[in-house]
Design a protein around this ligand. Structure first.
Ligand code: GUN
Length: 291
């Protein structure tokens, strides 16, 4: 029987831990604060940011939101980031990606104090992760590690194939999984749109992480018997539903499930973990800055 991981249940347990940390901080007179910055009209990005803000409300984290029009300038974005960075009630700053092509998101992040960079995207924090000494682990990759742990999947010595080389998922999860640390010690292959014979590579893997942003790219024929399949994709495809779309992952769930021993669904797999780990990093950031 294939184990379908319940990401909501794992995320709820992490949220309980975060809630305890919020209470402990409150006892010391500190309310953790998270600022989100959205420079986009993309409905999916708007939904993610509002889910992050709602999660803050639910846990007693002070949420601050700044919306910039997609036509705003790079200077407008810098001004917003710099203002939030100087606000002592803001312990975490999240710039929702992607930002429009005419602004440089990485440059904007350089103006965030690395201690407030709860996404782990500031170059200093990326460097620390690569060097094996992460300050804040990037939220989605960290969430994947927690899901593997919750499903009793031992990464030590396993062969992992990651499909996707993004800064947000592919590269950081590769770095976490090769670390000499619990939840690491894996042998990692990072595949992408220029990879030859992708299916041959994924079929050899003990663990496949699909994070390419391509709907149902990975199907059952690309999965080895008994492999673990982690689907990071959240793709909106047109459908005759109430909302006019449905969400599908980067994995063709039904055919992959037939081969896998463990698999994450979309929705309800990796997605809830990204938010849970953001809240986790935010309370960590508040303790570091006030401790
Ligand atoms: N866009 C997609 N995922 C993420 C994320 O984890 N953080 C930010 N800031 N933007 C994203």
């Amino acid at each position: 029987m294939t184990h379908v991981i319940d990401g909501n249940a794992v995320a709820d347990r992490i949220r309980d831990d975060v809630q305890n940390c919020v209470t402990a901080l409150e006892d010391e007179g500190v309310t953790p604060g998270l600022a989100t910055v959205l420079m986009s009209d993309d409905p999916a990005s708007e939904t993610y940011v509002s889910m992050k803000q709602r999660a803050c409300d639910e846990l007693g984290i002070e949420g601050i939101h700044r919306k910039l029009e997609p036509e705003a300038s790079a200077d407008d974005l810098l001004e917003t980031v710099i203002e939030l960075d100087g606000d002592p009630t803001v312990h975490g700053i999240l710039l929702q990606m992607p930002v429009p092509d005419h602004v440089d998101g990485t440059n904007a992040l350089r103006h965030v104090d690395p201690l407030k960079d709860v996404d782990g995207f500031h170059p200093e924090n990326v460097g620390r992760l690569v060097a094996g000494d992460p300050r804040y682990k990037p939220c989605t990759p960290h969430g994947i590690q927690k899901l593997l742990e919750a499903a009793d999947v031992d990464t030590d010595g396993s062969d992992v194939v990651i499909v996707g080389r993004s800064e947000i998922v592919g590269k950081p999860i590769a770095n976490l999984l090769i670390q000499k640390a619990p939840g690491g010690n894996a042998t990692v292959t990072v595949c992408h749109s220029r990879t030859n014979a992708l299916a041959e590579k994924t079929r050899q893997a003990d663990i496949v992480v699909a994070a390419a942003g391509v709907p149902e790219l990975v199907d059952g024929s690309m999965i080895g018997a008994g492999a673990v399949v982690i689907d990071v994709g959240v793709n909106r495809i047109d459908a005759e539903t109430e909302k006019g779309y449905e969400l599908v992952g980067d994995v063709e769930f039904d055919s992959a499930r037939e081969k896998a021993s463990v698999i994450t669904p979309v929705p309800g797999g990796v997605g809830p973990m990204t938010i849970a780990m953001l809240l986790y990093n935010t309370v960590a950031a508040a303790s570091i800055q006030t401790g």
